[in-house]
Each structure stands twice: as structure tokens, then as C-alpha cells.
Design a protein around this ligand. Structure first.
Ligand SMILES: N[C@@H](CCOP(=O)(O)O)C(=O)O
Length: 599
């Protein structure tokens, strides 16, 4: 029986197939979708911040993991058969799923060997490894900083040349713009923080990773002194965000990026609501919670945002957790179904508006100026305080070694500045001695920053962003463009763009190496491919690609791709399912064809 692969082969797996909002398949209804391991650089400059060049993560980890131990494990019948052979066991290197009597197997460990070490040894060993990519030197024991008087406030960004140098606002004020109408930034009392050496902060942050001591188990609040130093822990609304996986993209780098051996993906999307927005939203909603509670008792009726899908999901979840009303403005038919259902499920007031994101943003700004609704977009600089912790976390996961490059997808452009801010704060306070070069990656269909960069930073022109599979960054008039420029200039940064085909191919290729990337991560990966081709990023450069959202939020774009249903796109990594009769012979025919030469 011949197997068939047909155009609608993915659709039949779905009980409710829905078209994608991409222009090739418009959707009429809002609910119908619209470390480490490391081969290091050879030159001295590049190796300065790294471990020895001949070390590999696995070799190093093996050496450091535990003393010479002879720990072992094997398969044994489960439960032991009463009359069976008590010595029946199989090596884990055997391919065996059942015991000789046909029963289950269980993996057994040599408990005597393990028990040679006391429980405290194992506790300390496991604690010392949490969240690290290399063997951790010095696990700390402190969880609380001493009484400190750390503080933070809003100040104009950038400081206006002829403005009042003392203009500042308490974080307890509701203010989003400076007196000149410009952006604000959260400033910290760096002198107070600098009273402690970098090693103190490194040890303090390391000691909190993965713990349940409130609120330090959160990747954001484990850096509380650098985020919102004065907030009472009881006011914090945290879903234990952060501490996300830093994934060694070994195969993608080695096989598809000309032997790149130090490529990492920071999976910020493996988070409570499936995107990096959780990092900023915990900070913003915590501050709102503080403002609404006594003694401040501010009359804030709710928190609102415009969104391309991820900000709204995070806002509605954190507000729901705190019992605060949330209001989200969404561009109709332009966000994924998974993103749309998140605020609906969390009980937000969801307005589906017949405009694009930039139109929603204009409206929410007008509405929040009129009603006691607190603005949650990253125009509000509080958000960036949380988002910057992803940068600090990357340094921490590399044992405070600084990567050479960090590539961040860019839409509203708050995040690229947040990364810069996190890295720069660590540099200034002596946790590290330099910052990485930043790359901002934009979809070619929504690339105002790229055009600005290409003009030599002479001319910024907002645009009407075209539809893109990277729908969360379909933004033509980014709020944080000035912040992005500061970040890129300060880090000798680069802006790159990716066409629809480039981003979908990059995403799909990454998936082939074990990821399940979102299209925005595809944009960042496509930028990496270009910078490698141009040899701007070298094969040994330690490079981190920031993955901003979970791929499962964008399943329709993947379905369209693997169905080869996208107009004018070759979909060269499409892998449609094979429709085959439920018959042994038919199945064998397919497998023999597929595994030809490998059987
Ligand atoms: N991609 C964002 C757009 C809004 O940006 P923000 O920086 O203001 O949150 C989204 O997911 O909504």
C-alpha cells in the first residue's frame, strides 16, 4: 500500500483547523485565528573571559561533578517476580523494555555507592548546580542582603541637555513621561549598591537560585536589590518567573552554522505565560499592588495594555493572580489563537480592535490619560527593570563570564534596552568587566529600526508594519526606539533583518535540532545566519540568541509551513505527516522507504 502525503495532511489532525492571520490566508473572525560546552576562540583576546580552550563542557562537568565514585544503574524487573531470578538485570546500554517474564522494568541505582556520601553532601552538590551551565564555584549561603537603604526612582531618558538635572519622580507616582514629554527610566542609587563589591552581588544572587524563600526563588526577585529595592516582599506578585533554560544549541551551531561551537539559546519563552513578558510584568503588577494597598491606597481601577499577544497574556495572568482587573487592547485577527485565549481565560476585559498594534497603542495611551487605568506597556519603564534580569541571568548561567554576542528580536524595542541595562549594571557594579555586543533582529516586514540603522542613525521614519509570521513584533512605530539606539550605540551593536522565508526556515531548522522555536526566535536565528555568513560572528564566538516566546503559541504558522501552504515560500524544511493505512505491511513499506540505507 503506497503511503500518501497530501496538502491538507496536517489539517486532518486538527479538530478545529484555523487559518493564519498572514495575508496569504486571511482570517475573518477574531477567535478563528487570524554551558556550556565550549571550544573556545584561539586568539588571546577572545579567550580572556573563558575557560581553557581545550575544555569541553561535558569533559569539564564529568571532572567536576563528584569525586571518583563508581556510581551505577541498571534495569531490573518491576516489581521483582516472587519466583524469578533475583539477579535478573540488564545494562542500560541494552535495548530492552520488558523483563524475562514480560513484566515492567525499573531503573535501579547502586544505593550502597551513593550512600557512601551523607545526605548533606548531596544537598550541597545539587544546590550548587542549580541554574548553572558550568561547574559552580562557591555556592553562597546568604539569602538576604543586610539593611541597605537601596533606592530607585524615575528620571528622564535620556537626560534632556537643557532640562532640570534634578528632575525625578518617586516610583509611587503614576507618571510615564518626563516634563518634556520624553521617556522615563528607572534609576538606582548606584553609590549605595557599589558599597558592596561585585563578588558580593554574584554570591548573593547565586545563593538564591531555585529556592523557595519568598520572593527570591523568582529569577527576577532573586535580583530584588537591582530591580525594586524598596518594595515590601508581601506586595510582590510573582509566579516564580525567570530562571529560564540556557540551551546549548550544539547541533544547530555545529551542523548548520559552519562549526559554531559556542551557541546558546536563552529560552525566555519557557515561562508562566509562555513569553519573556512575565519578567517585566511581575515588577509592574507588584508595584500596582503596592500602590493599591494601604497606606498608599491609590484609586487604580485596573491595569491596561495594547498588545500583539504576549504582553496581554502576561498582564492578565499576573493581574488575575493578584485580583486586579486587567484590560487589554488587541489588534483583531493579528494575534495567534493561543495568545488570544490567554487573557480571555484569565478574566481580562479583552477589546478586539479593528486596527494594528500601533493603533491599539495610541488608544490605550489616550484611555489611560483619561481613566484611572495604569499603563502596562513598556513605555512604562518599570517593566524593563524585570526584563533586564534575563541579561543578569545569562551572566550568572555562564558563571559570570560575558558572552561575545546577544541577539534579541525587536518590535516595540524595550527589550533590547532592558538587556543592555542588565549587562551594563553588572559591569558598572563590578560583577563582570565588559558587556557583550548586542544585535537587534527585526522582521523585514516591520523594520523601522533596521532602516534607521542603515541610514547611519540619521533618519527615523515610523512605518505601517506589514503582516509577518513574527506577529508579536509587527510594530511600525516602536515606543522605545530611543532606548534601543542607546543600547546599540553603547555596545557597538548591529541591526539585522529577516524576510518571511528566512525567519520561517531558520525557525524550522532550529526545530529540526530539538527546539520548538517561535517565529520571533526565527528572526533572531536568521540574523545569526547572516552575520555568520558575513563572518561578523566567528565560529568560536560565544553567542546567545534570545528566544522570546514559546513555539506552542504559534502552532498555526508551523502547521502552514509543514503543510507547504504558504504562498511564494518553498518551505524547504517542511515535514508533513505520512497518511498510512493501519496495517503492518503498509507501515513497514513506509518505514523501509524512510530509513533506506539505515536498516
Ligand atoms: N510584542 C508586544 C508588543 C507590546 O510591547 P510592550 O513592550 O509594550 O509590551 C506584545 O506582546 O504585546
Amino acid at each position: 500500500m503506497a503511503a500518501t502525503t497530501h496538502a491538507a495532511s496536517l489539517s486532518f489532525l486538527l479538530s478545529h483547523p484555523h487559518p493564519h492571520p498572514h495575508p496569504t490566508s486571511p482570517n475573518p473572525h477574531p477567535l478563528r485565528r487570524a554551558p556550556h560546552r565550549v571550544r573556545c576562540a584561539t586568539d588571546a583576546a577572545a579567550t580572556r573571559h573563558r575557560r581553557a580552550a581545550d575544555e569541553n563542557i561535558r569533559e569539564e562537568a564529568a571532572r567536576h561533578r563528584a569525586p571518583n565514585h563508581n556510581f551505577s544503574a541498571w534495569y531490573a524487573p518491576f516489581p521483582p517476580a516472587p519466583n524469578g531470578d533475583p539477579d535478573e538485570r540488564y545494562s542500560l546500554d541494552e535495548i530492552v523494555y520488558r523483563s524475562s517474564s514480560g513484566g515492567l522494568l525499573d531503573v535501579r541505582h547502586d544505593m550502597d555507592a551513593l550512600a557512601r556520601f551523607p545526605g548533606s553532601y548531596w544537598r550541597d552538590l545539587f544546590d550548587s548546580r542549580v541554574g548553572r551551565t558550568t561547574w559552580p564555584f562557591g555556592s553562597g549561603v546568604w539569602h538576604r542582603a543586610p539593611n541597605h537603604n537601596f533606592s530607585a526612582w524615575y528620571a528622564p531618558f535620556p537626560p534632556a541637555p537643557n532640562g532640570d538635572p534634578d528632575e525625578r519622580y518617586s516610583l509611587d507616582e503614576i507618571v510615564y513621561r518626563s516634563s518634556s514629554g520624553g521617556l522615563l527610566d528607572v534609576r538606582h542609587d548606584m553609590d549605595a549598591l557599589a558599597r558592596f563589591p561585585g563578588s558580593y552581588w554574584r554570591d548573593l544572587f547565586d545563593s538564591r537560585v531555585g529556592r523557595t524563600t519568598w520572593p527570591f526563588g523568582s529569577g527576577v526577585w532573586s535580583k530584588k536589590e537591582f530591580v525594586l529595592p524598596e518594595i515590601d516582599p508581601d506586595h510582590i506578585v510573582s509566579l516564580f518567573e525567570g530562571n529560564s533554560n540556557l540551551f546549548w544549541a550544539e547541533r544547530l551551531g555545529r551542523d548548520h552554522l559552519a562549526g559554531m561551537n559556542d551557541l546558546w539559546v536563552k529560552h525566555c519563552g519557557i515561562s508562566h505565560t509562555g513569553s519573556f513578558k512575565d519578567l517585566g510584568m511581575t515588577v509592574l503588577v507588584s508595584q500596582v499592588n503596592r500602590l493599591r494597598r494601604a497606606p498608599l491606597s491609590r484609586p487604580i481601577a485596573g491595569v491596561g495594555c495594547a498588545s500583539t499577544g504576549d504582553t496581554s497574556a502576561a498582564l492578565s495572568a499576573y493581574c488575575a493572580a493578584a485580583g486586579i482587573p486587567s484590560i487589554v487592547f488587541l489588534p483583531a485577527n493579528r494575534i495567534s489563537l493561543e495568545q488570544l485565549i490567554q487573557p480571555i481565560a484569565n478574566g481580562a476585559t479583552v477589546l478586539s480592535l479593528d486596527t494594528d498594534f500601533d493603533g491599539c497603542m495610541r488608544l490605550i495611551r489616550e484611555v489611560t490619560a483619561e481613566l484611572p487605568i495604569y499603563l502596562a506597556n513598556s513605555l512604562n519603564s518599570l517593566r524593563l527593570e524585570g526584563q533586564k534580569t534575563a541579561a543578569i541571568e545569562i551572566l550568572q548561567q555562564f558563571d559570570w563570564e560575558v558572552p561575545d554576542w546577544v541577539i534579541v528580536p525587536g518590535g516595540n524595542l524595550g527589550n533590547i534596552y532592558a538587556f543592555y541595562k542588565g549587562f551594563e549594571m553588572c559591569r558598572v557594579l563590578g560583577l563582570v568587566d565588559r558587556v557583550p555586543r548586542l544585535v537587534c533582529a527585526q522582521a523585514a516586514n516591520a523594520n523601522p529600526l533596521y532602516r534607521y540603522y542603515k541610514s547611519g542613525w540619521t533618519e527615523f521614519t515610523p512605518q505601517v508594519a506589514e503582516p509577518t509570521f513574527a506577529s508579536a513584533i509587527q510594530i511600525g512605530d516602536p515606543v522605545s526606539v530611543d532606548r534601543a539606539v542607546v543600547a546599540l550605540k553603547a555596545t557597538d551593536g548591529i541591526v539585522e533583518e529577516a524576510t518571511e522565508e528566512e525567519l520561517m526556515n531558520a525557525m524550522s531548522l532550529a526545530d529540526r535540532t530539538g527546539m520548538f522555536a517561535c517565529p520571533h526566535t526565527g528572526v533572531a536565528l536568521a540574523a545569526l545566519f547572516k552575520l555568520r555568513d558575513q563572518r561578523i560572528i566567528g565560529p568560536n564566538d560565544r553567542t546567545v540568541v534570545v528566544s522570546t516566546a514559546h513555539g506552542l503559541k504559534f502552532s498555526q504558522s508551523k502547521i502552514d509551513y509543514h503543510d507547504s501552504k504558504i504562498e511564494d515560500m518553498a518551505c524547504k524544511y517542511a515535514n508533513p505527516p505520512v497518511s498510512v493505512k493501519a496495517d503492518f505491511g503498509a507501515v513497514m513499506d513506509v518505514l523501509k522507504k524512510r530509513l533506506k540505507g539505515k536498516l
